[in-house]
Design a protein around this ligand. Structure first.
Ligand code: BG6
Length: 301
């Protein structure tokens, strides 16, 4: 595993050629490439990578609130999607396992690299808005695990204080696609969802795969275990979740993309699809000393 850490980002490459790049700002995964160097995530050309704004693209981490929650006492004053994506995380270290020459046929022996990042109420890089508006003692560990066919991101949010808190967690993955009009999203059949482009109306998905033909912003509670993104009829990504009961599907389409300053190129919505596993349909109560854990795995098909 080749590895570099220049104090602002961590890059790791497997012996088989796949790579991942994580910005310490937000612990945002900003690149994930396969062995041929093909990028799997979408990153805006105008994304700020200097810590001045949450990254537009890659995988921002959403905590402790999804969107804004004006009626939720604990998080009502926090910025949209919370402060994890606008804080500078600490790189805690890496662990690797390499395939061995005498037994490299088993999948368990695939080369793997795991990068760990931390953010806590005591972190020097914590967004000042967290200090101002979220007075809890907490510790987050975010792990990014790469192996040849998949990327896993997992979070452990621990309550280090004496008071319980309530939080939401989401991994705001911007998947790269070639042509949004050729995409089908499977695995949402019969799922109930909130349609944020229809005033938050409660709806139920049919059994037809979801296609994207306009601005889409939906919070699903999927019934099925995996959401699969197919392009031109060919399965492309499988997204599975651990303890994350929601999946947000977002594409800004033409007008919304126009209105987002750091969304470039403006027709970039044709090249991206956000499939965002999270625990956002309700609040996760974390008692003093307890932790909430959740993870997503994106597998290349
Ligand atoms: C999605 C939300 O998860 O994130 C959308 O459902 C929102 O409503 C989108 O527009 C992007 O949010 P932001 O804060 O990164 O512009």
């Amino acid at each position: 595993v080749t590895f570099s850490d220049d104090n602002s980002r961590v890059v790791a490459e497997l012996p088989t050629g796949e790579s991942v790049e994580v910005l310490l700002y937000g612990a945002t995964v900003i690149s994930w490439k396969d062995a041929s160097g093909n990028e799997k995530l979408w990153l805006s050309d105008a994304a700020k990578l200097d810590g001045s704004k949450a990254v537009r693209g890659g995988i921002p981490v959403v905590f402790p609130v999804f969107g804004t929650a004006p009626t939720h006492p604990q998080t009502k004053d926090l910025p949209q999607h919370g402060f994890a994506r606008t804080s500078r995380w600490e790189f805690l270290g890496k662990s690797t396992s390499e395939s061995t020459a005498d037994n490299n046929t088993s999948a368990n022996n695939e080369p793997t690299v795991k990068l760990d990042f931390g953010l806590s109420s005591g972190s020097p890089g914590l967004d000042p808005l967290a200090h101002a508006h979220w007075p809890f003692r907490f510790n987050l560990i975010y792990s990014v695990t790469l192996n040849p066919s998949s990327l896993t991101t997992s979070i452990v949010a621990t309550n280090d204080g004496a008071e319980p808190f309530e939080c939401q967690v989401l991994m705001h993955t911007y998947l790269r696609v070639n042509d949004i009009t050729a995409i089908e999203i499977h695995g949402l059949s019969n799922a109930s969802y909130t349609d944020k482009v229809d005033a938050g109306a409660a709806k139920t998905q049919t059994t037809t795969p979801l296609t994207i033909t306009g601005e889409t912003d939906r919070v699903y509670a999927p019934v099925e275990e995996a959401v699969t993104v197919a392009e031109q009829g060919r399965p492309k990504y499988r997204v599975t979740r651990d303890n994350l009961s929601n999946v947000v599907v977002w594409n800004p389409w033409t007008d919304k993309a126009q209105s987002i300053a750091d969304f470039e190129p403006k027709d970039g919505f044709k090249k991206m699809l956000c499939v965002e596993p999270g625990a956002v349909g309700s609040w996760q109560a974390v008692e003093a000393g307890d932790a909430f854990e959740g993870a997503q795995t994106i597998t290349l098909l």
